[in-house]
Write a protein that binds this ligand. Sequence first.
Ligand SMILES: Cc1cc2nc3c(=O)[nH]c(=O)nc-3n(C[C@H](O)[C@H](O)[C@H](O)COP(=O)(O)OP(=O)(O)OC[C@H]3O[C@@H](n4cnc5c(N)ncnc54)[C@H](O)[C@@H]3O)c2cc1C
Length: 398
Amino acid sequence: MEPNSNSKLPIIVVGAGAVGVATALALRRRGEEVLLLEQFFIGHQRGSSHGPSRIIRYLYEKERYTQMMPNAYKLWAQLESEQNVKLNTKCGILNISSASRKQIYTEILSKNNFKFTDKIDDLPVKESEEFGYVLEEEGGVLDANLCVRASFEQFLKLGGKFMDGFKLKDFEDDGTIVTVNSEDGKSVQGRKLVLACGAWAKKILAKTGVEIPLEVIKTETSYWRVKPEFTAGIIDVNNQETGDIYHYYWTPVKEYQNLIKISYHGTYRDEVDPDERDDPEKDSKDRAAKQLEDHQRVIEMHFEGIDSSNPVIVEPCMYTVSKNGIDSLKNYFKNTPDNDFVLDAHPKMKNVFIGAGFSGHGFKMSPETGEILANLALGEENSYDMSFFSLKRFEKSV
Ligand SMILES: Cc1cc2nc3c(=O)[nH]c(=O)nc-3n(C[C@H](O)[C@H](O)[C@H](O)COP(=O)(O)OP(=O)(O)OC[C@H]3O[C@@H](n4cnc5c(N)ncnc54)[C@H](O)[C@@H]3O)c2cc1C
């Protein structure tokens, strides 16, 4: 094989969830030939990027994510204008926490000049002196289904290539060309490969002798009936002292009229195999009962106007959480994750790159994550401290 014989080959991106599509689009925007591969079809519901809503916000206790948000907001706005679609509904996020955590929040918001207020009189919340309340005004809701669809349409519009029904089985990198083989015997070649396989990343990387401490956990989003007069908003209860980390959104989403979405940022379950997510044998009645009881307790503690008798709809999703043993959320995830992303080169294959471990919070900045992965694949510098996202950080804990 001639040294430069790969120059006409595309960059292959595997996985058409939020991160894979964003990466494919970022590369295509730069004029690269890109082939995006997906085992199912665009917009499927077996991964982590589906559903009507995801929180978007600046506020993070870890500055590395706050730093990614200005560009992420810009890229979502650019996509809205390119595809002529509304993706981001700015409705504010009310953070309910302990008083001491409120102090931390207001410091971060002030330091970064993000708009916030203590005035929450119009919100359907039962106020209590026990808690701190701060409303982040730029916070909002992304329509997740539409976001993935719009990124994908933009990618196609710019000439990107897509194959669905391509389930990656294995791949090899001969140093110049990467060959990707599917379960049903198809084979494609590229000059680089970016793996954005969500909950499947750990299984796929293990085949190449790379063990990443990622844990895949099934989580459930439930929708509860609210009084019709609720207007759009998000409430984020982060009461780590009692173990309550919940997100509530009641949004003007077309198909979920008069329902509030409740997500618990954590798990009541053991690790799952993403190919067996919905196997009833792997579940227990005790888990479902405990989850229902907790949801009802938190609703009754903080809200006015939600019918807490039972959820109307329950939808499954998966978190892929990185484990590093040093995180403040350690009480809430079984295996002490660090919740940080993995954005790095494959340790054994120089033309292969990995985006994984988005730990239940990776949607909002996915366009910027796509830019970072595109930089990695093209050998360009990233302006962030990439050590937080590196595979090396696991060396001390695995
Ligand atoms: C309930 C819930 C609530 C969340 N809330 C928020 C929030 O409010 N804000 C926020 O920012 N983030 C949130 N997140 C996190 C965010 O949604 C995820 O971090 C993000 O969607 C992950 O995207 P991904 O592309 O890595 O994974 P996925 O969407 O799972 O995409 C991976 C893709 O790879 C494909 N694939 C896997 N293996 C193969 C293979 N062998 N061959 C071909 N294709 C393959 C899969 O089919 C899939 O399409 C939430 C997540 C969940 C589950």
